[in-house]
Design a protein around this ligand. Sequence first.
Ligand code: SF4
Length: 362
Amino acid sequence: MKHQDEFRDGALGRKLASHIRRQSNRSVRLMEICGSHTVSIFRHGLRSILPETVKLISGPGCPVCVTALEDVDWAVRLARIPGVHVATFGDLLRVPGSESSLKEEMAAGARVSMVYSALDALKIARTHPGEEVVFIGIGFETTAPTIAATVLSAADNGIGNFSVFSAHKLLPPAMEALLAGGDLEIDGFICPGHVSTIIGTEAYRRLAVRYGTPCVVTGFEPVDLLQGILMLVELLEAGRLEVHIQYKRGVAPQGNPRARAIMNRVFVPTDARWRGLGLIPGSGLALKSDFRTLDARHRFALDVPPAAEPPGCRCGDILRGAAAPPECRLYGKACTPEKPVGPCMVSSEGACAAYYHYHMES
Ligand code: SF4
C-alpha cells in the first residue's frame, strides 16, 4: 500500500477484524502505549469491531499526561520569576499544577510563550537578549534528539540567556515498570511507531522474553492498528515471545542511530517521576554536566514543595491502564476538555479527552 487512503479502507478493516475474530481463541489484554494510537483507536471506532476476546487498554504514552505534577509546578514557579520567559508546547500550558497553570500565569502577566519546537524557544532567546528564556522540554525519545540539537546549537553559539528544563521520558523503562508491578494483566504491547523510529526494536526484546509479553511496533492508521493487533493475537496464540514490526514503512529494527547519537551527546538517563507511575529508575533524561549552564534545574535553584494531586482525579490509574476514564467520578461532570481537572483531559492525546470526544463507553 502506498497511499494514506489505503490504510483507511473500511472493507479491508472489516476483513482484518474478522480475521482477528477467527484467530482469537482466548481472552487477551493488549496495551497501546502511544497517545496517538489511543486517539486513532477511538476516532475510528476500532474497539467496537474487535471480538470480545481482545480488550484494548490505553497506556502511559501521552507526554503531557505523564509529566509529573512537580514538573508542572516547577514550570509555574519559573514563570513567576521576573525576567524569565517560559516557552513550551501548547498542551502543557493548560495542565493544572498544584496552585496554577502556565496559562493562568500568562493571564496574570507572566512571560509565557507557546512554541512548536525548542528551536523556536532558542529564537526567542536570540531576539530577546534581556530575558532568561527557559524551554520546558517534555516528550519521549521522539522529541529528545531535536531538543539535544537545540542545546548543542545554543552551546556552539554562546547563547547565554537560554536554558532547558528537561522532563523527558524514556518509554521502555516505563513499560517494564508496568509489567514488573504484576498487578496489571498485559498480554502484549502495541508499541509506539514514532518512538520506535528512534530506538528501533531491541529494547522491546527484553520485555517480550522476560515478561512473556510479545510486542508489535504499529503505525497509526486503522488498517495499521488492526494488522498490528492481528500480529499480536497470532503471536500469543502460537506462544511466541517475539518482537515484530507492522510499521515497516516508518521503523527499522536498528532505529535511527544518528538521532540517538545526538541525544546521547547531550542527555544522560536519570531516575524520573511519572504521573501515575511514580519514580522509575533510568526512565528520564537529564542534561549532561558539560551542559550545566544550559540546565534550568541547575541555573534556577527553586524550592518547589511536594505536589498534591487534584482530589478525585484518577489520571494515575488511567495512565497505568488500571481504570477507564468513565470510572473516574469527575469524568464529563467536573472534568471536561473545556475545564480539565487532570492532564488526561487536557491533552488531545489523553485517554480521557479521547473518550470524551468520541463518546466511548468503558
Ligand atoms: S476525567 Fe478528569 S479528573 Fe478524571 S481521571 Fe480523567 S483527567 Fe483526571
